[in-house]
Design a binder for this molecule. Structure first.
Ligand code: GCW
Length: 667
């Protein structure tokens, strides 16, 4: 029997309420289905397993549609492809969907309602995802490691081979489709030597088998490719996108790939970024680089997803003009309109790199004639690496609600990336995965919530962070009110808490080099990566203003650039991202910068102490394994938060010489 924690939010725990059970029995004992295919059979399997476990019976399935009562699954082509409706009347529960995939989403919706013991009579629900593409990127390497992985090794590969036991992949596909994910990549964007061969006969058979598993759950698989593949596996001496031999290499390679994996979605490319090869080597721009691949893959309906994480990672820290935050916009904005229609630019949510607080990338809302995906990171690389409890949905909601002013007031990020504002052919959201081989998938059990919430949020960005958390808590831990309230109270302030005890006011970084865990204020200060805080005895922050700084602020539409440029309007939480100010500068909160630093750092630690107290109070209602594991992580988090607090406070006390108004201990 599977461990409770392995099941994540698909617990299917036995329901004890007898009245509820008899209702469900009446409604589900017979299921009739109009169509038969692999996705519909996933629906039936899921319903059968879930009902057996939750209410103790196996439904009778009728493919002829003769049952007069029970659950009816039908495809209704009048509905949008991924939309579904759930209706109940006169003892018939109807689930209709625009496609089999929509039926699968509706099936999981029903099971979610049953797990939460919701009433199904008079049900009348219509659902349609906001974002057409809802994707996960894995940073798994074929040696079995996961770049920025905090939940154990890869469950796709070990020792440069695909793992033969595919059960785990299938369970993963179930988890993903249960929250509406419809696309994923299975290998790291940093494509090393062996992974370059994923598009060759060496691995294509297994690539295809893996794709088949995901397809059963309505998920389209993509591969990350190496831009220098023509050299590394094609025997050519160039990867120049305008070279005829290179074009031929890609056409032949793509034809071979699609013969083996006809339903492959396409390729994801990290080019000219952090030492990866790309078109710059040949004096070509990124539109030339991407369009060549797009042309090769187009006959097969494939797409090329091209990352915008392009910046100079070998900059001289003495050079005060170069600003990494500017890089993506500077590289890609001039190319707006030049990309083929099956190319999608993938843009990280902020201009730097998944920090606890960043402004929204100005490319989003900047690009008006290019397909784009927004990229989030579910893996908590800079947010406590799944050892700290940090609920990410509140952060992502701020990004999605941000007004870009691209078409005047009210042009929110959520409407740009969904493709609605600019009428894009392809649009959606992508995130870096946080799962691995750990028994509970995500290292920290609470990190499951970020995966769950990611899927739910990008399906419907108008869900609140509270609603999403509540759904996950009830499915994962059951309906006991004290447990539900306790966990809600732990997760809701957790992003704020993390921000409080780590780097202040939007400045970011201050982490240890390479592994990025734990405080190291000057860790990156004299390095080549372009991530500086410029603290001296008088103040800190990066001047990114138009008038005296790097000019980054000028990349936003006017309403936003004015807002950030002026100290009077620039919001406190991003102050040091945009401005260099003295420690004595007074924030809108009324505090000075230095006092804010002290206060938030003491507070952040207290917030973690409060989480621990809450968790201890509900121990008797939670299975021992999950309780014990979370508790151990919370205790580590407290230790780490204190380390952050004391190092940050001490550093700025020593730099500024200004004492804490409340005389608390600073070293
Ligand atoms: O955040 C940085 C990570 C790298 C990662 C890179 C990227 C996959 O530190 O590990 O490489 O971003 O997004 O490409």
């Amino acid at each position: 029997k599977q461990l409770t924690s392995y099941r994540a939010w698909l617990q299917y725990q036995p329901i004890l309420n007898q009245d509820y059970i008899s209702d469900i029995k009446a409604q589900f004992s017979k299921i009739s289905v109009a169509d038969e295919n692999e996705i519909i059979s996933s629906c039936i399997t899921e319903l059968s397993v879930a009902l057996k476990e939750m209410v103790g019976f196996t439904p009778v399935v009728d493919y002829q549609h003769t049952h007069k009562v029970g659950l009816h699954l039908t495809i209704n082509k009048a509905l949008p492809e991924e939309a579904y409706q759930l209706n109940e009347s006169q003892k018939v529960l109807r689930l209709s969907g625009g496609s089999s995939r929509a039926l699968l989403y509706g099936t999981f919706h029903l099971l979610r309602l049953i797990q939460r013991q919701a009433q199904l009579s008079d049900l009348n629900i219509t659902e349609q995802p906001k974002n057409p593409v809802r994707m996960i990127n894995h940073w798994d390497d074929m040696d079995g490691s996961v770049e920025r992985g905090y939940a154990g090794r890869s469950f796709f590969y070990e020792d440069y081979q695909f793992i033969q036991d595919r059960q785990r992949i299938q369970d993963y596909a179930r988890l993903l489709s249960s929250v509406g994910i419809n696309a994923l990549t299975i290998n790291n964007v940093n494509v090393h030597q062996k992974e370059t061969e994923l598009i060759t006969d060496t691995y294509l058979k297994e690539v295809s088998q893996t794709s088949d598993i995901f397809n059963q759950y309505g998920i389209t698989m993509y591969l990350s490719i190496n831009y220098a593949a023509p050299i590394e596996i094609g025997g050519l001496n160039t990867a120049d996108p305008l070279d005829e031999g290179v074009k031929r290499f890609w056409q032949d390679t793509v034809a071979n790939v699609y013969q083996a994996v006809p339903r492959l979605g396409g390729f994801l490319v990290k080019a000219d970024s952090e030492n990866r090869p790309g078109p710059f080597t040949y004096g070509r721009n990124h539109a030339e680089g991407a369009n060549m691949l797009a042309e090769a893959i187009k006959p097969f309906g494939g797409k090329v997803i091209w990352r915008c994480f392009v910046y100079d990672c070998k900059q001289d820290w003495r050079d005060r003009k170069t600003d990494r935050a500017r890089a993506a916009y500077d590289h890609f904005m001039p190319l707006d309109g030049q990309f083929a229609d099956n190319v999608i630019l993938q843009i990280k949510n902020g201009p730097m790199d998944f920090q606890v607080r960043e402004p929204v990338s100005p490319l989003i809302g900047g690009l008006a004639k290019t397909n784009q995906f927004l990229e989030f990171q579910i893996a908590q690389e800079y947010l406590g690496q799944q050892r700290h409890l940090v609920y990410l949905i509140p952060q992502w909601k701020e990004v999605l609600e941000f007004d870009t002013y691209a078409k005047g007031e009210g042009t929110k990020v959520k409407d740009v990336v969904s493709g609605e504002v600019f009428n894009n052919k392809v649009a959606g959201i992508v995130a870096v995965s946080n799962v691995g081989r750990d028994y509970n998938w995500t290292g920290h059990t609470f990190a499951q919530l970020n995966l769950y919430g990611y899927g739910r949020l990008i399906w419907n960005p108008d869900l609140t962070a509270e609603e999403i958390a509540l759904e996950w808590i009830e499915q994962t831990f059951g309906l006991n009110k004290s447990v539900v309230d306790a966990i809600g109270a732990m997760v809701m302030p957790s992003w704020q808490a993390y921000e409080n005890y780590t780097s202040p006011l939007g400045i970011g970084w201050m982490v240890n080099v390479n592994h990025h865990y734990g405080p190291n204020i000057d860790g990156y200060e004299y390095m080549a990566w372009g991530t500086y805080h410029f603290a001296d005895r008088d103040g800190l922050g990066v001047d990114r203003t138009i008038k005296s700084g790097t000019g980054y602020i000028g990349q936003y539409h006017e309403a936003n650039s004015k807002y950030y440029e002026e100290l009077e309007s620039c919001p406190d939480e991003l102050l040091l991202f945009f401005h260099h100010v003295p420690y004595t500068y007074q924030l809108k909160s009324g505090k000075t910068v230095i006092q804010h630093i002290y206060d938030t750092h003491f507070k952040g630690v207290e917030q973690v102490e409060a989480m621990i107290k809450i968790w201890n109070e509900v121990s008797e209602h939670i299975d021992e394994q999950r309780h014990h594991d979370v508790k151990a992580r919370l205790e580590h988090q407290l230790w780490s938060a204190k380390e952050w607090r004391d190092i940050i406070n001490t550093y700025f006390y020593r730099k500024s010489g200004i004492a804490d108004q409340h005389n608390r201990t600073i070293y």
